[in-house]
Design a protein around this ligand. Structure first.
Ligand code: MN
Length: 279
């Protein structure tokens, strides 16, 4: 027969075991992943399915949300004319910079893109379908398709008659999303200034919810590419490669970015905004 002491010890141990079990039962589930990562890690996981080429193709609006000129097969794309003379953007962007940038840099991207897709199935795809699956293709395709397309957007969203502020639905959306036009330009400037090395700053329309968002990409990547952190239709492009401003601004990228707003062609950006909303 067991002593009273042994029985009370047994009861005490049992109580501890039961209490521990109850305590574990009511313990709140961790909201953070066990690996110590933040909640952002979880968002990134869903982001990676967005970046799946098939998913990117499905989510992309018809025609990539772009103007008609981009709906042709890539093999039939032409090198667009500069919509103004080389000196038209002075004093914001000097004549020599525009001439070298358009006639050498941009033209090379176009020529190299055409060479990279020559005699491949990519000639039979619109450029936005190439972008949606860019992770599947070579660096030559990635860099030159982006370099060609991004610069076409950039020249078109600048104008000697530009500047001021957007109007209508675009203005409303900017205020809704960013608070004010000033808050929007501050955020865009920060994205452009903090892009390390060469790249682009963008205002885009999110594929899935139509929201405006600001982002930056490295090298010649853009928000239509399935490697983008957030995918969307780009409606405003700013080139922050040194070749875009160095002759006039040298290392002062911030001054170039500030001056850029004096030549933004808001009519073009509004047109793109409407195009991006079409289903
Ligand atoms: Mn450039």
């Amino acid at each position: 027969m067991k002593s009273k002491k042994q029985i009370s010890l047994f009861v005490a141990v049992l109580a501890i075991i039961v209490n521990t079990a109850i305590a574990q039962e009511v313990k709140p589930r961790p909201t953070k992943p066990e690996n110590g990562g933040s909640l952002k890690t979880i968002t990134d996981v869903s982001g990676s399915s967005q970046n799946d080429p098939q998913m990117a193709m499905k989510r992309m609006p018809i025609g990539g949300g772009l103007s008609e000129e981009w709906s042709v097969y890539s093999g039939e794309l032409k090198f667009q004319e500069l919509p103004y003379s080389y000196d038209a953007l002075e004093p914001v962007i000097d004549k020599m910079t525009v001439e070298i940038h358009y006639n050498r840099h941009h033209r090379s991207y176009y020529n190299n893109f055409m060479n990279a897709i020559k005699e491949t199935e990519l000639t039979k795809m619109p450029i936005y379908h190439i972008f949606a699956q860019i992770s599947e293709f070579s660096d030559a395709v990635r860099n030159n398709s982006g370099g060609y397309f991004n610069h076409a957007l950039y020249w078109d969203n600048l104008s000697p008659k530009g500047g001021g502020e957007p109007k209508g639905e675009l203005a409303e959306s900017i205020i809704k999303q960013f608070g004010s036009f000033k808050d929007f330009t501050d955020k865009f400037n920060t994205a452009a200034k903090t892009r390390f090395g060469s790249g682009w700053a963008w205002l885009s329309v999110d594929f899935t919810n139509g929201e405006l968002f600001i982002s930056s990409t490295a090298n010649q990547d853009n928000p239509l590419m399935n490697n983008a952190e957030r995918m969307g239709v780009p409606i405003l492009a700013l080139d922050v490669w040194e070749h875009a401003y160095y002759l006039n601004y040298q290392n002062k990228r911030a001054d170039y970015i500030e001056a850029f707003w004096k030549i933004v062609n808001w009519e073009m950006v509004e047109k793109r905004f409407k195009q991006a909303q079409k289903k």
